[in-house]
Write a protein that binds this ligand. Structure first.
Ligand code: HEC
Length: 134
């Protein structure tokens, strides 16, 4: 796992320069907007799930939407314009993605317990990156 992470991060460092110059993937906004308009609202759905647990099918569908948005936004943290070429950045992004993918699966399984348990791991991924980069 660590080796995989290291080689992925070496690859990332190499490719950021190339990608940034000539990539079909381009950031639409800036980091602050990605955080406040997409990542924060999506993660709030998970952070506050015990306060307002989904009570019907429509609410669970909405939880699925939010957790999928969160999981895919981890990929956005790796595109030119948002990404930073460091091992720390990649590691924290993958922590966020792992927690978000697990939340997406829990939402599809309608598993409130698992969603609540994922709070800590998700929060840690945000904090770890913020402490290192802000
Ligand atoms: C891989 C790094 C990384 C991860 C993971 C990350 N963030 Fe951020 N976040 C940043 C950076 C960098 C900034 C500073 C952006 C700026 O102002 O330029 C930021 C800023 C923010 C802000 C303040 C934005 C503003 O302008 O007011 C919020 C809110 C935020 N993040 C929420 C979150 C939440 C919630 C999570 C986890 C679900 C998270 N972030 C995960 C890197 C990260």
């Amino acid at each position: 796992m660590l080796n995989k992470l290291m080689s992925a991060s070496a690859l990332l460092a190499l490719s950021v320069g190339v990608l940034a110059a000539d990539s079909p993937m381009q950031a639409t906004a800036d980091m602050s907007e990605l955080m406040t308009r997409i990542i924060q609202p999506a993660s709030d759905a998970v952070f506050y799930v015990s306060r307002t647990p989904p009570g019907d099918d429509a609410a669970w569908r909405e939880m699925e939407n939010m957790t999928l948005m969160l999981a895919e936004s981890a990929n956005l943290l790796l595109i030119p314009g948002y990404t930073q070429a460091s091992e720390q950045w990649l590691r924290d992004t993958l922590l966020m993605r792992d927690a978000a993918v697990a939340a997406w699966e829990a939402a599809q399984a309608r598993d409130l317990e698992v969603l609540m348990d994922l709070n800590g791991a998700l929060y840690d991924s945000c904090e770890s990156c913020h402490i290192a980069t802000r």
